[in-house]
Write a protein that binds this ligand. Structure first.
Ligand SMILES: Cc1ncc(COP(=O)(O)O)c(C=O)c1O
Length: 274
């Protein structure tokens, strides 16, 4: 029973000040990836997640296209004209942008435009994925890492209580990543979880996982029947031959979703206001 009723009002500058989001990201959900019941994750993502949260505006999407190709740049300029302006497009994102991301960011990795879902940023995709997975999922995160994975886990009720002594939440597997272990956990000592959040290059350590480490990660997920949520938001900062995408690893399409963002490489960090 509620002891008192509370009204929460949400408001946005989007409509009255035409501030519609200039945040932009994407998630790759491969057709091969399925739940343990064998039903494809892509079907849920496409049907439920995209339909419920159409966050990326057409304007920011063509801005993304302009970053990726000359043709996209011309297409973006046309938007500022009366004739060229278009409102919201498909829930999954602009088809051209989806195809351009598949072609430019995942060349030779077998990713199709239909597997790329445009969003209003990686942070929002983390939240959407956590909602899709639900509260019964167990999660593992690198330690340290970007706080978004744990924060949404708490909101979703995936965690236990906060432990003041360890500064950690019960019910989460924290994968200690430090110079001592080459920033990669010893998975033989980590209990299985349903989801493994893995960020490379990692925020805040900046460490990019090596090819060998990512092969091990994919193998662990396969053996344990886990889904990897791979955050490649900082991939454009990789200067050596470390993989820029989890899909550079054979077999990753069967176990991994990749989320990424224009925030870092194109300076698109949120210009949203509500
Ligand atoms: C590792 C990582 N992932 C995701 C995000 C969020 O990206 P976006 O601006 O696309 O929501 C950040 C932003 O700071 C980040 O550091």
């Amino acid at each position: 029973m509620w002891e008192s009723l509370v009204v929460i009002e949400i408001l946005s500058f989007s409509k009255f000040a035409r501030f519609t989001g200039v945040r932009l990201g994407w998630a790759v959900v491969p057709a091969e990836l399925s739940y343990s019941s064998r039903s494809p994750v892509l079907r849920d993502f496409d049907r439920i997640v995209c339909a419920s949260f159409n966050g990326a505006s057409s304007i920011s999407q063509v801005g993304g296209l302009a970053c990726l190709s000359d043709e996209g740049y011309k297409y973006a300029l046309a938007l500022s004209t009366h004739e060229g302006y278009r409102g919201y497009g498909a829930e999954q994102g602009d088809k051209r942008l989806r195809e351009t991301i598949a072609e430019k960011m995942y060349a030779n990795m077998g990713i199709k435009g239909s597997e790329v879902f445009i969003s209003d940023g990686a942070q929002c995709d983390i939240a959407r994925l956590q909602m899709l997975f639900g509260s019964n999922m167990t999660i593992a995160v690198q330690d340290p890492t970007f706080p978004g994975y744990v924060d949404m886990g708490i909101i979703m009720g995936q965690t236990g209580k906060y432990d003041d002594k360890s500064n950690k939440y019960k019910g989460i597997e924290y994968l200690r990543c430090e110079p001592r272990n080459n920033f990669f956990p010893d998975f033989s000592k980590v209990p299985r979880t349903d989801i493994i959040f893995f960020c490379s290059p990692n925020n805040p350590t900046g460490q990019a996982a090596s090819r060998e480490q990512l092969k091990e990660l994919v193998e662990v997920a396969k053996v344990n029947g886990s889904i990897i949520v791979y955050d490649s938001a900082y991939s454009s900062y990789i200067c050596d031959d470390s993989p820029r995408s989890i899909y550079e690893i054979p077999g990753a399409k069967e176990v991994a979703i990749e989320i990424s963002s224009f925030s870092k490489f194109a300076g698109f960090t949120g210009v949203r206001l509500g």
